[in-house]
Design a binder for this molecule. Sequence first.
Ligand code: SF4
Length: 301
Amino acid sequence: MEIISVIPRGYCQGVVRAIRTARKTAEENPGKTISMLGMIVHNRYVVEACRDLGIRFIEDPGKTRTELLDEIDEGIVIFTAHGVSDEVRQKAAAKGLTIVDATCPDVIRTHELVREHCRHGDVLYIGKKNHPEAEGTAGLSDRVHLISSVSDLDDLPALENVMITNQTTLSILDIGQIIDACLEKYPDAVISQEICNATRIRQEAVMNLKDTDCLLVVGDTRSNNSRQLAEIGRRSGIPETWLIGSVEDLKEEMIKNKNRIAVTSGSSTPNELTSQVISFLKEYAETGKFILPETVRCALL
Ligand code: SF4
């Protein structure tokens, strides 16, 4: 059995930066109330490790970031790598909260681009409804129109000077189709494709896998980027693709009698979790014994 360790995989720079920012904030402010507006990333091991540092998470999938701020009345608020709208920033400042901003530089770049274009035109922003990054960017101006599916275009009036752009973490397999639909309605629109480099190269690495009969994606089931990697594996023709949270989720039937197993992980997955899976597979390939560890703990970085 051959084990392919897919490169690149795992934490992106934006996530590492957000985790470092959260850790530094906790270390420098003992005893203060530190709240994170939303989940730092969708990974339970990362969230548990941050809770151990004393950081509390304010999260409710049914509420916007602006609404969630109502639950923070004192101390420090950390904005996650997904970024926030100006409304959230202003509301946090008006409440007297100390703001620590961990927005990813790639998201900031998209915000600047969108703000600039909204001075003289409209923006079609392709993104997922209720995703924090889409909420933050769509909230920058009334001239930003969130397009989550082709049918969202039906409600839009005739617009002039249109720019098409997108959430940084979309699938490279899906974006072309939705851009084409936007261009059909607004043929003169300019396109600024903003899938970030980290997302793109992780997805391309999976698409380029050859002769692989099983792909294991290490990532939380709530993690959009991990689910997308698994979907790309399926659509690239890999016969079996599994999304597992950690080595604990492995089952022998997933890996038994396989010739080539590839392992990757989403940009929200700690590298240690993926290394544990790879080590387990190597051991299994050598010994044929399937003995899972009793507990999995994992450092933040
Ligand atoms: S996935 Fe891309 S945009 Fe999101 S945090 Fe990572 S580098 Fe930044």
